[in-house]
Design a protein around this ligand. Structure first.
Ligand SMILES: Nc1ncnc2c1ncn2[C@@H]1O[C@H](COP(=O)(O)OP(=O)(O)OP(=O)(O)O)[C@@H](O)[C@H]1O
Length: 204
């Protein structure tokens, strides 16, 4: 990322971020509420469009439709507030959308939600839904994603779940950028960066 600025209308949420992440590196992104972490992750994914500066993943931009499609495949994404959706998508359909249904289903078993595959997502608890999205991300990695972007992936989990999720996330053979307020998760990463008022600094 070079000189990345993200706006929400007139509000500058991310200000001049420069960051190089090596392949396979695990980065924890911490910082105060409203400091721009989610906005930055969504910009990397191409979900936030009011962006200046340059964001490359695997040396590729995301300007053309083809590049954008590649970016979405290259990056597994665990959203902060996973939406259950308005229509009754089943949990196993979410897992299958990873591109590697068997691997995602196996991860769901490991994460304790393997028996919930036939349930509509809207019927899952917040923690169960977060575990299901984590399992989907494991499937995305099995299907070829080389980067995992995770936005507070353990926020809704119980203590045991936080440890399991941190173990799963930080042992995947991919580059990880995880927004977290969980010190144990941050400790498992190679570097910790902190955001404050849209600016990024390295703390570890
Ligand atoms: N859709 C939006 N429209 C307008 N402003 C927004 C929107 N989304 C976020 N913002 C603002 O942008 C700033 C950065 O928000 P962002 O969600 O990126 O912060 P964050 O660091 O992820 O916060 P948290 O730790 O609370 O999740 C905040 O001031 C927020 O109010």
């Amino acid at each position: 990322m070079h000189g990345v600025v993200c706006r929400h209308g007139r509000l500058e949420a991310v200000s001049g971020v420069d960051l190089d992440v090596a392949a396979g590196e695990r980065i924890a992104l911490t910082g105060t509420n409203g400091s721009g972490k989610t906005t930055l992750l969504r910009a990397v994914l191409g979900l936030h469009r009011q962006v200046d500066g340059e964001i490359l993943v695997g040396r590729r931009g995301a300007r053309s439709a083809a590049e954008w499609a590649w970016r979405r495949r290259a990056c597994a994404w665990i959203p902060q507030r996973p939406a259950a959706g308005r229509f009754p998508l089943l949990a196993r359909e979410l897992l299958a959308s990873s591109g590697a249904p068997d691997e995602a289903a196996a991860a769901a078993v490991r994460l304790g939600v393997g028996a919930l595959g036939d349930r509509p997502l809207s019927s899952l608890s917040g923690g169960q839904l977060q575990r299901m999205h984590l399992a989907r991300a494991v499937g995305c990695v099995a299907a070829g994603a080389g980067v995992l972007l995770a936005d507070e992936p353990t926020a809704a989990l119980d203590f045991a779940g936080q440890e399991e999720a941190a173990e799963v996330l930080t042992t995947l053979p991919v580059t990880v950028l995880v927004v977290t307020h969980d010190r144990a998760m941050a400790a498992r990463c190679d570097r910790t960066l902190e955001m404050a008022a849209g600016r990024l600094r390295e703390v570890r």
